[in-house]
Structure formats: structure tokens, C-alpha cells
Design a protein around this ligand. Structure first.
Ligand SMILES: [Ca+2]
Length: 262
């Protein structure tokens, strides 16, 4: 009898807790709220590019593709350029060059680059470099570079890069060059693979109740810097308080940049 009373009391307490939390997100609702509401490609990818479903999150690698026709331009007008089934090549007989744009949001971690090529020239090769230019000093730095070798190679893939895009100081560009300037060395598509990152933590805290030693300090500061969270009117963040549906709706609308149709 006593045991039955204890069980009944526990059930009552659980019911009370559930009632107290009415209006808050259940775990399932929370997971659904975080699921992508728009196709990943609708985010800030450059025109003509394709992002993989792994665009979200900091652990999933994604690829961005640029076609030779859409992203690359020859750098001299004196050289004749031609294309065949989307492949670009020079016709001058000497080395020909193209510049290809690379657009990525600041904080993107470039992990690798790839170029689709056709090399059927036993003597000369086709090469690619990834460069960054400092806006203020106009100096160029080579981040990665590679060439085909011999014949039969149909791509160049360079991995192991660790370059964080910082658009405030640099702009980025692929340089492609074909040593023979003939159809024997041609290219069609350039790629980069990357990861998203969370901004490094600042030196001082925005909220007095989220100090620099708090376990979620970096993430909360990143949300605040992005305008997704603004804290309470008294300036605090209340990191251990529950999230209401209204607060979650506000976070999601700000994070996804939701707006009404034209
Ligand atoms: Ca070759």
C-alpha cells in the first residue's frame, strides 16, 4: 500500500512538471525546428555553384563547383581561347592563363581544391594554383599549387589545406595555366572543398552571466555577434534558462534570414 502511494506521488509530480513546461519545445519539436527549412543551395553560394547537403554544420565537408565558362576568364586578349564540350584551352602554342573566382563567406575553412582536366601532351602539362591577395599591399600568396604529369591525367586534387577565408583582408582566386596552349591541355571545372567554422571566442564577454570560462562561451558569443540572440533587457543571457517557443522562433527567423515573398 505504501509503495503504491509513492508511485502515485511520483506520477503526480511528473504530471506537474509536464504541465509546468507546457509551451516549451519537446525534443522532437526542437530537432524539427533545427532541420533545414530551405535548400542549402539557397544560402550564400556563388551563382553557378552547387553545395552538397553537408553545407550545414561544422563537421560536414561541402563542395563548391565553378565551371570554366562561368568562373574563369583568360587574362590576355592576345591569345586565342577555345572550348570543346565545356573544356577550355589555348590555341596560341605557348603557355596560356586563366583566372577563376573563388567566393566563400569569411570563416570558411578551405580544405582542398580540384580541377577537372584533360592532359594528352607528353611534354607539357596543365596546372592550378590557389592564391590570395592582400587588399592593402596587393601582395599575392600561394596557398596551394599543382600540375599534371605525363599524359592521361584527368584531374588535379590537392588536399590537406587549412586556409580560413578572411574577406576583410584578402580576395581569393584560382590561376590555371596550360603550358602547351593547345587542345592537348584543357580544363573544364574547378572545385573547392570546405568546412564551416564558429568564430574564435573574443577576449571579453558580452553577457555578464556568460564569462570567458563558460563551456558555451564561444558559441553564445558567435550567436550574439551574428545578431541571432540579444540577451534579456537587463543585459544578461541566462544560459541555464529554458527556451520558449517564442524565443526559438526568434532565433530561427534571425539565423535563417526569413522574410516574406516579393
Ligand atoms: Ca602532360
Amino acid at each position: 500500500m505504501k509503495k503504491a502511494l509513492v508511485i502515485f506521488a511520483v506520477i503526480l509530480m511528473a504530471g506537474g512538471l509536464l504541465a509546468a513546461q507546457e509551451g516549451m519545445l519537446t525534443p522532437d519539436e526542437f530537432a524539427m525546428a533545427l532541420a533545414p527549412a530551405v535548400p542549402p543551395e539557397a544560402l550564400s553560394l556563388p551563382e553557378g555553384s552547387v553545395g552538397s547537403p553537408e553545407w550545414y554544420g561544422t563537421t560536414g565537408r561541402f563542395w563548391v563547383t565553378g565551371s570554366a565558362a562561368g568562373s574563369c576568364t583568360p587574362i590576355t586578349s592576345a591569345t586565342q581561347y577555345s572550348q570543346n564540350f565545356g573544356y577550355y584551352y589555348g590555341t596560341s602554342g605557348f603557355t596560356t592563363y586563366w583566372n577563376c573566382s573563388l567566393q566563400a563567406p569569411s570563416g570558411t575553412l578551405i580544405a582542398g581544391i580540384e580541377i577537372e582536366v584533360e592532359d594528352s601532351d607528353a611534354t607539357d602539362d596543365i596546372c592550378i594554383s590557389l592564391w590570395k591577395f592582400n587588399y592593402f599591399s596587393t601582395t599575392a600568396t600561394t596557398i596551394a599549387s599543382g600540375c599534371t604529369s605525363g599524359t592521361g591525367q584527368d584531374y588535379i586534387y590537392i588536399t590537406g589545406l587549412n586556409e580560413t577565408i578572411t574577406n576583410h583582408y584578402y580576395y581569393y582566386m584560382f590561376r590555371v595555366w596550360a603550358q602547351s596552349g593547345s587542345i592537348s591541355n584543357r580544363f573544364r571545372t574547378v572545385f573547392y572543398s570546405a568546412y564551416r567554422q564558429i568564430s574564435p571566442a573574443p577576449g571579453t564577454a558580452t553577457f555578464p552571466d556568460v564569462g570567458t570560462g563558460f563551456w558555451a562561451f564561444q558559441e553564445i558569443e558567435a550567436l550574439a555577434a551574428s545578431g541571432i540572440t540579444q540577451g534579456y533587457p537587463d543585459g544578461t543571457f541566462k544560459p541555464t534558462a529554458n527556451v520558449t517557443r517564442a524565443q526559438m522562433a526568434t532565433f530561427l527567423a534571425r539565423a535563417l534570414g526569413l522574410h516574406y515573398k516579393d
